[in-house]
Write a new protein. Structure first.
Lengths: 252, 228, 249
């Protein structure tokens, strides 16, 4: 079976469409590594950015003081500067003052890998957008729900976590899906700091095998599948959490 | 080397980096112009009742909206010719210009969605009322619907421009000498790791000072339109 | 509906004033409500009726005056909110049930989470209250699956489950379709007959007349007059009251 596939793509290569990743074991391994790293970047950064977004939105809602000012500053900074410059700032500038360890050969090795810097940078960037998403979701929940909770003796914080936040989440899905699609696309920027993600390995493969167009098309298809999958998953979660008589258009 | 020396070094490089930033602005202005024009047609195509126009417009919009900017940039850099022959005149396409075209695709797709979204946000009753008065579909769109939603398209369009501007340094990866590329070159030439943080902070500040007012203005306009 | 007339009032408002911006909604309100009493507040829209209710459980802070609920001073800045809201329940015009919780959870969650009472005990009580409200089979439904009248009865059960000493009813039938008004009013009447102190803001004059012990008429932020319903609806003295009654009766 596998030999059949390999033969097919080798024949295809001789006719001009050279997809080395389907018959060359080395290119296949590189490609799978890249795909794996891209998936890992998406999953870890998506998780962290949602945590950051939810935490910051809670701070903006519950506090007016110093903490809220910090969060507002964070959002303004990360939304109004380029992701790639942020990533360079973390990787090159902040990375230059970070402690350096030694690897097993005794050579200097940064304690924080480029992958970690990329995750940090993507999470903070996407987290700023998620904060605004959740904040808008909170704003969409009619304040009569909070009032009902207060009338039952809930404190402001308790009412927020038991009543407002679960309802706000349900108003946030459409915008969250958008942000996560953007995050999926933005993982390609990790290429710039040398993370061996999909774009990076594809570039290596087409440089070695001279099949630029083929690899670009494969990559494009994969990103379209990934962004489609993100939307599909969020829609499934949204459907599973849908409440009778409560949805967009009737925040009452 | 003392602190003032360090500052002097950084200031010395600023004109060089700022010239790069002018290229970022130039690319963003060109790309928003091309993207808005193409996006307008794509957007009208998306709302067309003719499936032969609607389906390709929707497909193109989704394709360019969901593809990473960097991937589209690679397509344009590697697959576009270095020069084109238009009516016997050879026109050079330097990499910054090819990058600009690369940025125009996602901008067009995003603007197409802005057009579709704002036209769809006009209540159905407006179309029906115009139809009842004998307006054709085209006349309804241009005389009744669009005048209502053009103002509503301005804030998301401004956000799109801000997003585009912050995407332009991606072109550094494909060798365009814009602000980030020049900052990289500067810190390498300095070979003093102490300039790294201030140099990158200066670069972040440049983008922030340009983009922040645009996003603020967009937010203000959005609030004003919403209360109307 | 026996009233101990000589007992000290359970709720006592003195000179309560409240402004929203430059608009003065309450311009010196005095009220006394005794334990077990059913009080109806009537008046034209915008006369401040609902605001009076909301000041009593502290949802709307007041600018001047005093509000006493039992031994609690509501405008005290060191007020224990939980203690106040344990004693004062509220039912809203729009029900305001929590759409992400089942009917049973809606009724039981505050006693469990706020009063820290044992779950088993609270749920038992909640089921009994739902049965009293003639909703025994709706415990595991979500509010969005119920009619407006059913939702409002759940909201009454939710207020009762806190075992308060007084319940504030804020135009509880105003958002309902006409055919559901009756079922909610009879639920309110049952609560009143069981001895609960009730303060109702209402547009249902017939209901105020038969269920209330005392009727207050408010207009433009002041209490114009108050009397037992028999007197109020027949011998109103103030021209503003007369005009209002001529419109609504």
């Amino acid at each position: 079976m596998i030999t059949n596939i390999q033969t097919f793509f080798q024949d295809l290569a001789s006719s001009g469409i050279n997809l080395t990743i389907f018959y060359d074991a080395f290119d296949f391994d590189r490609f799978i590594t890249g795909l794996g790293n891209t998936l890992l970047l998406i999953l870890v950064s998506a998780f962290l950015s949602i945590v950051i977004g939810a935490g910051c939105a809670a701070i903006l809602t519950l506090s007016n003081g110093f903490a809220a000012a910090i969060v507002r500053g964070y959002i303004a900074l990360f939304r109004n500067t380029p992701l790639i410059v942020q990533m360079y700032f973390f990787y090159f500038a902040i990375g230059s003052i970070m402690p350096v360890g030694r690897n097993e050969l005794g050579l200097p090795q940064p304690l924080i890998s480029s992958f970690s810097w990329a995750v940090l940078s993507l999470s903070l960037y996407s987290g700023a957008f998620n904060t605004e998403t959740f904040r808008a979701g909170i704003g969409a929940v009619h304040n009569s729900y909070e009032e009902a909770a207060l009338a039952l003796g809930y404190g402001k914080r308790q009412a927020f976590f038991s009543v407002t936040a679960p309802l706000a989440l349900r108003f946030s899905f459409a915008s969250l899906a958008n942000n996560l699609v953007d995050l999926t696309k933005a993982t390609t920027v990790a290429y710039a700091v040398g993370v061996a993600e999909l774009l990076y390995v594809s570039n290596q493969i087409w440089s070695d095998s001279l099949n630029t167009i083929e690899m670009m098309n494969v990559m494009l298809v994969i990103y379209l599948v990934l962004t489609g999958a993100v939307v599909f998953i969020i829609n499934r979660v949204e459907a599973a959490m849908r409440l009778p008589g409560f949805g967009l258009g009737d925040g009452q | 080397m003392n602190q003032s020396n360090l500052l002097a070094q950084i200031l010395e490089w600023m004109p060089f980096v700022l010239q790069g930033f002018v290229l970022n602005i130039l690319m963003s202005v060109l790309a928003i112009a091309i993207g808005t024009t193409v996006g307008t047609f794509l957007g009208f195509g998306q709302i067309s009742p003719n499936i032969l126009i609607g389906a390709p417009a929707k497909l193109a919009t989704q394709l360019f909206r969901n593809a990473p900017w960097l991937v589209l940039l690679f397509y344009c850099i590697f697959l576009m010719p270095y020069q084109v022959n238009i009516g016997g005149v050879m026109i050079q396409l330097p990499s910054w210009l090819r990058a600009t075209i690369g940025f125009s695709f996602p901008v067009a797709a995003n603007f197409s969605e802005i057009v579709r979204g704002s036209v769809n946000s006009v209540p159905r009753g407006q179309w029906e009322a115009a139809e009842a008065l004998g307006y054709s579909r085209r006349a309804t769109l241009f005389r009744i619907i669009l005048p209502q939603c053009v103002t509503r398209m301005v804030p998301p369009w401004m956000n799109l421009y801000a997003l585009l501007l912050t995407a332009t340094p991606l072109s550094m990866i494909v060798g365009v000498e814009e602000a980030l590329g020049r900052t990289q070159a500067a810190v390498q030439a300095q070979s003093d790791s102490r300039v790294l943080i201030p140099m990158y902070l200066a670069l972040l500040a440049m983008f922030f000072l340009y983009t922040w007012p645009i996003n603020r203005l967009s937010l203000m306009l959005e609030r004003r339109f919403r209360t109307k | 509906m026996t009233i101990t007339l000589n007992a000290a009032p359970l709720i006592c408002l003195r000179g309560v004033r409240k402004s929203f911006g430059t608009f003065e909604v309450l311009r010196g309100i005095d009220m006394d409500i005794r334990k077990g009493e059913v009080v109806a507040i009537v008046g034209p829209s915008g006369s401040g009726k609902s605001t009076i209710l909301r000041t009593i459980n502290g949802l709307t802070p007041i600018n001047e005056g005093t509000i006493q609920v039992g031994d609690i001073e509501v405008s005290d800045p060191k007020l224990d909110q939980v203690k106040l809201r344990h004693r004062v329940g509220m039912v809203f015009q729009q029900y305001n049930l929590f759409p992400h919780k089942t009917v049973l959870e809606n009724v039981a969650m505050a006693p469990i989470q706020v009063l820290r009472q044992p779950r088993r005990l609270v749920e038992e009580r909640a089921r009994k209250l739902l049965a009293d409200m003639r909703l025994p089979d709706k415990a595991s439904s979500y509010p969005g699956e119920l009619s407006g009248g059913q939702q409002q009865r759940v909201a009454i059960a939710r207020a009762l489950c806190m075992e308060p000493e007084v319940i504030l009813f804020d135009e509880v039938t105003a958002a309902l379709d006409p055919e559901m008004v009756k079922e909610v009013l009879s639920a309110v009447r049952k609560v009143a007959e069981d001895g609960m102190t009730c303060i109702l803001v209402t547009h249902e004059m017939g209901f105020a007349r038969e269920a209330a012990d005392h009727v207050y008429f408010t207009d433009k932020g002041v209490i114009v007059e108050h009397a037992p319903p028999a007197d109020f609806f027949t011998k109103a003295s103030d021209p503003r009251t007369k005009e209002f009654l001529s419109k609504v009766l």
